[in-house]
Design a protein around this ligand. Structure first.
Ligand code: ADP
Ligand code: MG
Length: 142
């Protein structure tokens, strides 16, 4: 388990970017945290670290958004609106989870039963005692 504290948006972006720069094929990250905590900021950092220049936001109409212009393919999942894991099967999630790209899965606790045997869990939390812009980012190898 590794804890990183960030004190502004740029630091969270930089952490994501460092992970993107060092990512390797087949890596899976899950991303948990309340609305407005910085999941999109972190994701944009990771995309930047992979060399993706196009704008990255949350996949609104699809479960997964695919970015292919970077050093490795980047598969950004947001499973928040998913009904059941059957929807993941319909989109062929295994090709992404066990492929050559890097997966980042928001709200992954909703699809826990199909997560791969190994992944890195990223949890972002606020602590208002430490200020409005403080975030505690905990990474755990699962
Ligand atoms: P989410 O995707 O989790 O809903 P966003 O990334 O869209 O959240 O928004 C996070 C908001 O919090 C942004 O407005 C950002 O500027 C702000 N913010 C303040 N401090 C931080 C920090 N340390 N890390 C990330 N975002 C921060
Ligand atoms: Mg978001």
């Amino acid at each position: 388990m590794k804890v990183t504290e960030t004190w502004n948006e740029k630091e969270t972006f930089a952490l994501g970017r460092a992970l993107g720069e060092n990512a390797h094929p087949g890596q899976v990250y899950t991303l948990l945290g309340d609305l407005g905590v910085g999941k999109t900021v972190f994701t944009q950092g990771m995309a930047a670290g992979l060399g993706i220049t196009e704008p990255v936001s949350s996949p609104t109409f699809t479960i997964v958004q695919v970015y292919e212009e970077g050093r490795l393919p980047f598969y950004h999942f947001d499973v928040y609106r998913i009904g059941d894991v059957e929807e993941m099967e319909e989109i062929g999630y295994e090709d992404y989870f066990y492929g050559e790209g890097v997966c980042l899965i928001e709200w992954a606790d909703l699809i826990e039963e199909i997560l791969p045997g190994h992944y890195t869990q990223v949890v972002i939390e606020k602590d208002l005692d430490k200020g409005f812009d403080y975030r505690k980012i905990t990474m755990t190898e699962k």
